[in-house]
Design a protein around this ligand. Structure first.
Ligand code: PLP
Length: 431
């Protein structure tokens, strides 16, 4: 018996998935699409090769060309984040966070962090990496009115409990965090401030959100495939210069956290694609980040005007790529499913006050991918209309899906990436 039909089955599902996304409205805030030149790197021979260590200091031979690529990726990352230290090896945002927890805190020590219900990511939670590392977690107070950390309460908490780390960063991230105040308090008690920029990395690099490294964060981690539209992966940056023995030791610990801490070989093809993504973001990132945020703000406003309850109303709804909508107690899951049937891909999300993460009351929407395919403010008003038809007017999702497929026909090209090498290649086709 030949197993080839299984191969065909898998290829068919991949093609169908490509078609579904090419004719839908992908609005998951953590997702994005890869530029053709980034994709090209993923099928090079870098895939599957080994390169433990750092350029010029390898356990394995055969790294001559990869060393040059990693050096270039690191150089471009430092330029993009205007800093003196960059590690492009982490294979995911979560891996970067685990590396930092290994580097900077010991089991039994204390970190301050946001609660999951207030937007934190599981890697800094009790059931994620922080819990596995055996860290004692204490929650920042949160102010629902401004959808942000209660800065006075948080500063008081840091001074009182003197944690080893102040952890910041959110999966629901509407407004910049008060990093300056938190970093001052953390440094006063000898703690480092870690900023997890997973979601907002591309907005920071595009100079349209906050600038954590200038505001006092000692180190920043992030995913390289969200608002920074590169390959799936992670990275770590810092502006510590290593100019004292203590500072040198800090940077050594960061590096050791990644290897031998949490990586062996680290997906060389992704590092090459990260290098391209950094170059593309240096070229197009400011315009892309700006449009992504403008789109989120217009979408939020349009949804609000249609009668949806949108968070952050007093502050203009959002200053990021995200919009958080309240759908009604426990109704987030059903709403996300209906939207998916119509071809609008989002995710159910907890909102402040939710206690059951599997039955949340909200939806989190993101504009990074719609922006990449060329949509601007007027299109956001049209997108909001589709939400109204599915969720407020309860129209048949299949009927709305036909209208969405028609609407999407005009948005098939990728923007904010190099096109002179665009070889008539449709990014939705399998490479
Ligand atoms: C705040 C935050 N940190 C870390 C991560 C994990 O990133 P990754 O999926 O790259 O592991 C996420 C994922 O969405 C996130 O929202």
């Amino acid at each position: 018996m030949s197993w080839y039909k299984e191969v065909e089955y898998i290829r068919t599902q991949a093609k169908k998935n490509n078609e579904f996304f090419a004719h839908s409205l992908p609005m998951i805030a953590s997702e994005n699409v890869l530029s053709p030149l980034c994709k090209e790197m993923l099928i090079t021979d870098f895939h599957g090769r080994y390169a433990e260590g750092t350029p010029g200091n390898r356990y394995y031979e055969g790294c001559k060309y990869f060393d040059l690529v990693e050096e270039k990726a690191t150089e471009l990352a430092k330029k993009l984040f205007r800093c003196s230290y960059a590690d492009v090896r982490p294979t995911a945002g979560t891996t970067a966070n685990i590396a930092l927890l290994k580097a900077l805190i010991k089991p039994g020590e204390t970190a301050v962090v946001l609660d999951l219900a207030n937007g934190a990511h599981i890697s800094f939670g009790k059931f994620g990496a922080a819990g596995i590392r055996g860290i004692n977690l204490v929650s920042y107070p949160f102010n629902n009115d401004i959808m942000n950390i209660d800065v006075d309460g948080a500063v008081k908490l840091i001074r009182q409990i003197k944690p080893t780390l102040a952890l910041n960063g959110q999966s629901v991230f509407l407004f910049p965090s008060p990093i300056k105040e938190l970093a001052e308090a953390a440094h006063e008690v000898g703690a480092y401030l870690v900023y997890d920029a997973a979601h907002v990395l591309g907005l920071i690099a595009g100079k349209q959100f906050q600038d954590p490294l200038r505001e006092g964060a000692d180190v920043m981690s992030g995913s390289t495939h969200k608002t920074l539209p590169g390959p799936q992966g992670g990275m770590i940056v810092s502006d510590h210069k290593g100019d004292t023995e203590q500072d040198k030791s800090f940077l050594r610990k960061l590096s050791f956290g990644v290897f031998p801490g949490v990586t062996s070989s680290y997906h060389l093809h992704h590092v090459a694609a990260k290098a391209i993504a950094y170059a593309e973001h240096l070229e197009f990132g400011e315009a892309y980040a700006k449009q992504t945020i403008n789109n989120a703000q217009r979408l939020a406003q349009a949804l609000y005007e249609q009668g949806f309850k949108v968070f952050g109303e007093k502050l203009g709804f959002t200053k990021s790529h995200q919009v958080l909508v309240s759908i009604g107690p426990g109704k987030g899951k059903d709403a996300a499913k209906k939207l998916n049937d119509a071809g609008i891909v989002t995710n159910m999300n907890t909102i402040p006050g939710d206690t059951d993460p599997m039955n949340p009351s909200g939806l989190r929407l993101g504009t990074p991918e719609l922006t990449r395919i060329g949509m601007k403010e007027p299109e956001m008003t049209e997108v909001a209309e589709f939400y109204k038809r599915v969720l407020l007017k309860n129209e048949d999702p299949k009927k709305v899906q036909s209208a969405i497929q028609e609407f999407r026909k005009d948005y098939q090209e990728l923007h904010y990436c190099f096109k002179e090498h665009f070889r008539g290649y449709d990014y939705h086709e399998l490479v």
